[in-house]
Design a protein around this ligand. Structure first.
Ligand code: M6R
Length: 608
């Protein structure tokens, strides 16, 4: 999604802005632009395409100065083009602004402003806000922004500069994240701390309806209705080195290979093998409150939704609590039934997904206790939840989520353990689960050693146009996730199904051109899965099976077998998803796709 970087301080702003934009590239975008303010006014450069294009056009023109704003745009209103790229200005060129989010009442505002003879040059909703700020600007930028925002409906994260005053920059947010990095005599305003961490680790996460006025060496934060705020200063807890590929061809591959460590990080200090339980202090719930829960709802999107679905299987099976898994985008517009004994979890890697955020707000509005399972520290979902659990997976840069998924599964396993031990599983059963979880990082490492073998299978199948992924029980969510990974990064059409559902329709698709990836693990549904594989074979389909080590029988039925170590059924998705991630990665690589930034996709979907 769109990215914002702003700089005001004592250094040259341009290198900070352009590097900042590069650090935000992973979020997905289609055009980029920059505005620098100096004593000679405001200079703007922008173009369609990559930040490198912008770098080229700006290298030959003067971009010096210590104040500037920059943007990567992900088109919502208006095609990706030079005119629609940000920064936008008002007709008189008094201000320049970059905007993330959507101005919902832009049509009526545009008509009104057009009647005042203001000329619009773009098709964007954002330009309306720039025009409004310009209209109200009279030397006090913060007041002009405040006044303009009072007329806006929708979401925004903005950075604004005034052409006649390089000594001020204003930022504001509602629904779109903004972080302020506090350096020595300088501030970096950004939509994501990835653009800040190289310069400072001291940050303030702006809250909704906050406005910040930045001057060299000084800042003040207030609400949009002009009440002063004393902000809390946080420290970024990860190292900028994670923003490099570290010898891997893509961030996605690096992140797949990080999983032994990220899964371990999610468990560290939380998994208690001695008691066969887990400590999740961040939930901020006393045991008595947890005991009273009689229903859990997970709201999430995409991969996080798949993790939630796996969580449903775990919690219902082991802890005996009814669980519902909801697409956040549906939940937010339904009229869900929630009572005080319902616990709602919002699961999100980014912690900024607009639909998930809206769903959790709806649940909170109805009186539910809402908890977050998030990766991004300080994200809006994390801050607005009553409590929660961080994944501690470090920034995930590849648009296709990998390490966040296994960390989410790890946290959900520990939640299951905690709830299960309070209700119906014994110390011995709890210890079995805790010990099995403890083994997972080593077992993932073992699967990763098969990378070459999986690459060879990918080479055989990379030219196919359709894939089916099948799984049952605990591995039905894994099948969905495997299919999503493949379609996201290789643009191959892939569908995930519960294996037995195939005969109710999808079996019509099976022919000699249809590769079927089947999760055939030695669990209670193994024999049933073998029958499903037979049905595929009978119709000439090609089977790539994910099976447990030592299962020789499967070789009689599958064209290719990828073996994974055995664990308890509840934890098997943590292992079975790894070959699926690698398979998708290698297929996309053979097809020459842009793996880390697939077309049309954004890392964090901050619009509806
Ligand atoms: O940041 P979130 O976990 O809330 O994101 C949810 C989805 O947008 C995300 O999982 C998306 O489906 C990924 N591209 C999956 O790889």
């Amino acid at each position: 999604m769109c990215g914002i970087v702003g700089y005001i301080g004592s250094r040259e702003a341009y290198p900070v802005l352009i590097e900042g934009l590069s650090a935000l590239e992973y979020r997905g975008y289609d055009s980029a632009g920059i505005a620098m303010v100096g004593t000679d006014g405001c200079r703007i450069n922008k173009d369609k395409g990559k930040v490198d294009n912008l770098r080229k056009i700006t290298s030959s023109c003067c971009m010096s100065g210590s104040t500037g704003i920059a943007h990567t745009r992900w088109a919502t209103h208006g095609v990706p083009s030079l005119i629609n790229a940000h920064p936008h200005t008002d007709s008189a060129g008094k201000i320049a602004m970059v905007h993330n989010g959507i101005i919902e009442n832009y049509t009526s505002l545009k008509q009104k402003l057009a009647k005042e003879s203001l000329e619009f040059t773009s098709d964007t909703d954002s330009e309306v806000l720039a025009q409004l700020i310009g209209k109200y600007y009279n030397g006090d930028l913060a007041s002009a922004v405040r006044k303009a925002l009072s007329e806006i409906e929708g979401t925004f994260g903005i950075a604004v500069v005034a052409a006649d005053n390089p000594q001020v920059m204003v930022g504001a947010r509602r629904g779109s994240p903004l972080v302020v990095g506090i350096g020595d005599d300088e501030f970096i305003l950004a939509s994501d701390s990835c653009a800040i961490v190289r310069h400072t680790k001291k940050v303030i996460y702006l809250k909704d309806n906050n406005i910040i006025e930045l001057k060299p060496g000084d800042f003040s934060i207030s609400t949009l209705d002009n009440r002063k705020i004393s902000p809390r200063i946080h420290s970024i807890d990860w190292d900028p080195s994670v923003l490099a590929k570290g010898g891997f061809d893509h961030f996605m591959l690096k992140e797949i290979f990080e999983q032994p460590e990220t899964v371990l990080n999610a468990m560290r200090g939380r998994l208690i093998q001695e008691t066969g339980s887990a400590r999740l202090d961040g939930l901020n719930l006393v045991l008595q409150e947890l005991r009273q829960i009689d229903r859990i709802i997970f709201v999430a999107c995409g991969t996080s939704w798949h993790a939630a679905l796996a969580g449903e299987y775990m919690i219902e099976d082991i802890a005996g609590i009814p669980v519902e898994v909801e697409y956040a985008s549906e939940f937010r517009y339904r009229n869900p039934i929630i009572d005080s004994n319902t616990l709602v979890f919002a699961i999100s890697q980014s912690g900024e997904t607009a639909d998930t955020l809206a769903a959790m707000r709806e649940a909170a509005h109805k009186g539910a206790t809402v908890l977050g399972i998030c990766n991004t520290v300080g994200s809006t979902i994390a801050r607005e939840s009553h409590g929660g659990v961080y994944l501690h997976a470090g920034p995930e840069i590849g648009v296709a989520s990998t390490k966040a998924f296994t960390s989410q599964l790890t946290v959900l396993s520990m939640l299951t353990l905690l709830l299960g031990r309070m209700r119906r599983i014994s110390h011995a059963e709890g210890t079995t689960i805790a010990n099995a979880l403890d083994q997972i990082p080593k077992q993932i490492k073992k699967i990763l050693r098969q990378n070459k073998n999986i690459q060879e299978i990918a080479q055989i199948y990379h030219h196919h146009s359709n894939f089916i992924y099948l799984g049952r029980s605990y591995n039905f969510p894994t099948a969905l996730e495997g299919a999503l990974k493949l379609k996201e990064i290789s643009y191959i059409h892939a569908e995930g199904y519960p294996a037995a559902e195939m005969k109710h329709g999808p079996i019509a698709l099976i022919d000699t051109d249809m590769p079927c990836v089947v999760l055939a693990l030695k669990d209670s549904v193994y024999d049933k899965i073998i029958s499903n594989i037979q049905e595929i074979n009978a119709r000439g389909g090609k089977v790539i099976a994910i099976a447990n080590e030592g299962d020789k029988e499967i070789e009689n039925f599958a064209h290719h077998v990828i073996y994974i170590p055995k664990t308890i059924p509840m934890l098997s998705p943590l292992l079975s998803v790894i070959p699926l991630q690698l398979l998708a990665y290698h297929i996309a690589a053979f097809r020459g796709c842009e793996i880390d930034q697939p077309r049309n996709l954004a890392k964090s979907v901050t619009v509806e």
